[in-house]
Write a protein that binds this ligand. Structure first.
Ligand code: DC
Length: 264
């Protein structure tokens, strides 16, 4: 039986399916990276970690940087969001660590880089838009406090980024997922500015905006104070405060740091 057919036959629910998804994903990463490497002067593919709180500009910078380098941009937060969505759909409490881990083990969570941006697939369904909604955003922050959930996520994220050629963003990439990353950026900004950016992004005003800002503050507090892998800059991360910087300024700084890491 040809290898591909064997793999397709293995396709089903749970861990085995997770493995197959991972295999497919590695194939697509290889494809993207091989294509990217032909454009670069050096074949060395870095692991770049970008951590920081919500609204600091991580996603935009990570995706622009990845595009420029021909790397893959992996949003680790989307995985926590996908799990939270499944918990909502299955009526599982965000506080039930054991049930959440079981749920994760039986799930296929795929991050799929596409030309138009990243897609998140949960059990084969495109949930990219749904996971950005408020209930899921809140749930993601709550499911991510559990050490056993994090352990599962971290293991998957390590597999996904192991080959290099990735810009992975999140909260614990430089501290936990890839403590030996080639470059670690911690992107921060004044909390008020971060809230304002969120409002502008979501084009909201008034009471709705005030509620969203309050939720962002609460998520921030939770992410920074949780016992397991709290949001903190790695000792060897380059901290960039984007409060007074434009997106282009931040990108230029990060690109300079990347250039220093690329030999030749
Ligand atoms: O980056 P994001 O807003 O999509 O992340 C959603 C939540 O997931 C966030 O509140 C904290 C959690 N998260 C995490 O704990 N560790 C990561 N590496 C990424 C996200």
């Amino acid at each position: 039986m040809p290898g591909w057919t064997r793999l397709l036959r293995a396709y089903g629910e749970g861990e085995r399916a997770g493995y197959v998804d991972f295999f497919w994903r590695v194939q697509s990463l290889n494809f993207v990276m091989n294509d990217a490497s032909s454009k670069q002067t050096s074949p060395r593919k870095l692991i770049i970690a970008i951590d920081g709180p919500a609204g600091a500009g991580k996603s935009t910078i990570a995706s622009r940087l990845a595009r420029k380098l021909g790397y893959v941009n992996l949003e680790s937060g989307a995985m926590y969001r996908a799990l939270a969505l499944k918990a909502i759909d299955r009526d599982i409490s965000f506080d039930d660590e054991a049930a959440l881990v079981k749920l994760a083990r039986g799930s296929r969570i795929q991050l799929e880089p596409t030309i138009g941006g990243n897609r998140t697939l949960l059990d084969g369904h495109d949930v990219s838009s749904r996971i950005r909604e408020r209930d899921v955003t809140e749930g993601a922050s709550r499911v991510s406090v559990h050490p056993a959930v994090r352990e599962w996520m971290v293991a998957k994220q390590r597999e996904m980024g192991a080959g290099g050629g990735v810009v992975m963003e999140g909260r614990d990439i430089g501290t936990k997922v890839f403590p030996d990353a080639d470059l670690k950026i911690f992107l921060d900004a004044d909390p008020v500015v971060r809230e304002q950016r969120r409002m502008q992004q979501q084009k909201i005003k008034g009471e709705v905006a005030a509620n969203v800002a309050a939720e962002l503050r609460e998520r921030d507090r939770r992410d920074r104070t949780r016992a397991a892998s709290p949001l903190v800059a790695a000792g060897d991360a380059v901290v960039i405060d984007s409060t007074k910087l434009s997106e282009n300024d931040v990108l230029a700084r990060v690109e300079k740091l990347v250039a220093e890491k690329l030999p030749g």
